[in-house]
Design a protein around this ligand. Structure first.
Ligand code: FAD
Ligand code: DLZ
Ligand code: SF4
Length: 512
């Protein structure tokens, strides 16, 4: 006797918007049913930037349509639908009651929190749940754990070489193209104002996006971030246009100006592709192959292409590996025992520090800031001021359109705040105002004087830097990469040290 085989429910999460997702590839459009759901739990677990909410929810709605066009039956639950339970578990259970399904199929989620939730679905629904590996990453969790096992320390540079060999990207046989694995020495140029600076494409909201904008404006009005000027791509087609624009017009300058910052220039030579990579609208390996092709065709220099590829097959995969290896304890790491609350100006932008005000205002406008702004302005300030890492983490997770815990947390806790004590990287990214002055034009417009250290109008980064060095001497004094700083600190006369620390105390007491 042959009967109709019961469908399986394929649950597709908001950052799984890839047609070749492992759960979809394992399913059958002729038999199975896709569930996508907008749920309060996800829209509120941190106070997401309004543009981040619009981007994800609109991209989800467009992807549901893409799947329907490809022949899938999609059950899509909107945030405002009557009866919406507000959680993944609740929606999966409701869908299990709406449809007669034989089991549940899902690709592993990006966040530990959500994996813990999924592991409870079987008990909640009484249905078998199959969790597929996320093949959109180039290094599986198991492969990363195997690479990390037995190493005294993990370092991205070593991992990156493995990934270059594994993908064959920029390889000439067994050797790296150009004879070096890393061309960063060529990549530290400050930016010059250039009339021909490329501008990223903006995508005007269609009807679907406008409906989400109205809903977000109505329900999340008190959340951080501007909605006006929303210009992110929300379809694969538009994300591919953004990718092609970057590859054709921007990539050439990516290496040279990677660390540069200019007042009023929000994007410089960065790709702005992270939101699309992280939601699955773009594929990382395909993107890297396109970048490599530009170099092979003589259209982009090796330092730019290598630098770009390293960020994706190196840093992006590495931080994900560290995240899964070290969670859940990683989220509570606080090696430097920093306890100060996050200053209010991280939300308001109201500070006389021109660099911080500029990065916060850009973040509010675009739900974007580039890497050096995140690391060396807002991250550096929080590190120097001893802000509690968890609060810093929650800020970063909220305010950027590309923020998911698997990538944000290691960057914040590890790279930026050194709260993991050196698991992810070998040194804290702490700097005085001199670095910011060298890499940007911010200081020229600032209330504070970057050359001064202890006066009332001295750049706060200067005294805070030395205070950071002094107060963490026990934990950082033997770090070889900080040897120069500790030698200079030791050489300083007592009165200078006291004046620096007194100035730091005044700044810290008035953080707000
Ligand atoms: P580009 O400069 O054009 O770089 C190309 C791509 O490389 C990016 O799109 C991204 O996918 C990848 N990449 C570059 N640097 C990193 C890195 N350190 N870790 C992982 N991938 C990287 N990135 C996120 O995607 N989400 C986050 O939530 C996030 N939070 C961060 C928090 C802090 C404190 C710091 C210091 C960095 C964070 N990053 C995060 C990494 C990096 O800043 C962003 O990936 C980058 O700014 C995204 O902009 P872009 O696409 O223009 O990048
Ligand atoms: C970030 C986010 C938001 C804001 N909303 C939803 C949602 O309503 N439904 C959904 O499926 N996914 C959403 N996401 C993305 C999830 O938070 C993400 O899939 C998990 O954190 C796993 O990485
Ligand atoms: Fe920032 Fe200091 Fe420069 Fe002002 S002087 S912009 S606070 S680094």
């Amino acid at each position: 006797m042959t009967g109709k085989i019961s469908p399986r429910l394929i649950v597709v999460l908001g950052d799984q918007l890839s047609p070749d997702l492992s759960s979809l590839s394992a399913g059958d459009p002729g038999r199975d049913l896709v569930l996508m759901c907008e749920v309060a739990e996800e829209t509120t677990y941190v106070g997401h930037h309004k543009q981040k909410l619009v981007f994800i929810l609109s991209a989800m709605r467009h992807f549901a349509e893409e799947l329907r066009q490809a022949g899938w039956a999609v059950d899509y639950v909107e945030l405002t639908d009557e009866g919406n339970s507000g959680s993944f578990a609740g929606e999966v259970a409701r869908a299990g009651r709406r449809h007669e399904v034989a089991g549940i199929l899902v690709t592993e989620p990006g966040e530990w929190r959500v994996l813990a939730d999924i592991e409870g679905w079987e008990a909640a629904t009484g249905l078998p749940v199959e969790i597929k590996q996320d093949s959109r990453f180039l290094c599986s969790r198991a492969d990363f754990a195997a690479w990390a096992m037995g190493r005294k320390e993990m370092r991205m540079e070593h991992f990156y070489r493995v990934m270059r060999r594994r993908t064959g990207l920029l390889m000439e046989g067994d050797d790296p193209a150009g004879g070096k694995w890393n061309f960063d020495a060529d990549n530290r140029k400050p930016a010059d104002r250039d009339l021909f600076m490329p501008r990223p494409p903006r995508f005007w909201p269609d009807g679907v996006t406008r409906a989400v904008i109205d809903m977000v404006a109505d329900r999340f009005s008190e959340k951080f971030g501007d909605l006006e000027g929303f210009g992110w791509a929300v379809t694969r087609q538009d994300a591919e246009k953004a990718r092609d624009h970057f590859i054709d017009h921007v990539l050439q300058g990516f290496g040279d100006h990677q660390d540069a910052m200019l007042m009023g220039e929000d994007f410089l030579y960065h790709s702005l592709l992270s939101p699309y990579l992280n939601t699955g609208l773009l594929d990382p390996l395909d993107l890297c192959r396109r970048a490599e092709e530009q170099w092979r065709a003589g259209k982009a220099p090796l330092n730019a292409v290598e630098g770009f590829i390293r960020q994706i097959i190196g840093w992006r995969e590495y931080v994900r590996g560290v995240y899964w290896l070290k969670m859940p304890d990683y989220a509570d790491a606080n090696h430097l025992e920093a306890t100060r609350p996050l200053p209010w100006f991280y939300w308001s932008g109201e500070t006389k520090m021109a660099c911080v005000a500029e990065v916060v205002s850009q973040t509010r406008r675009n739900a974007y800031a580039h890497h050096i702004q995140r690391l060396m302005i807002t991250g550096n300030f929080a590190l120097l001021a001893g802000i509690e890492p968890r609060q810093v983490h929650e800020w970063y997770l909220a305010v950027y359109a590309d923020a998911y815990e698997w990538v944000e947390l290691p960057n914040t806790i590890g790279m930026s705040q050194f709260a993991d004590g050196g698991i992810l990287g070998s040194k804290p990214y702490a700097s005085s105002g001199a670095y910011i002055d060298r890499m940007s034009d911010y200081c020229g417009t600032c209330h504070f004087d970057v050359k001064k250290r202890t006066e009332d109008d001295a750049c706060p980064f200067n005294a805070l830097y030395w205070d950071f060095i002094a107060r963490n001497e026990k934990k950082l004094g033997t770090n070889r990469r900080l040897a120069f700083a500790y030698t200079n600190w030791a050489k300083m006369d007592v009165s200078t040290k006291e004046a620096l620390r007194a100035r730091a105390r005044v700044i810290l007491d008035n953080l707000g």
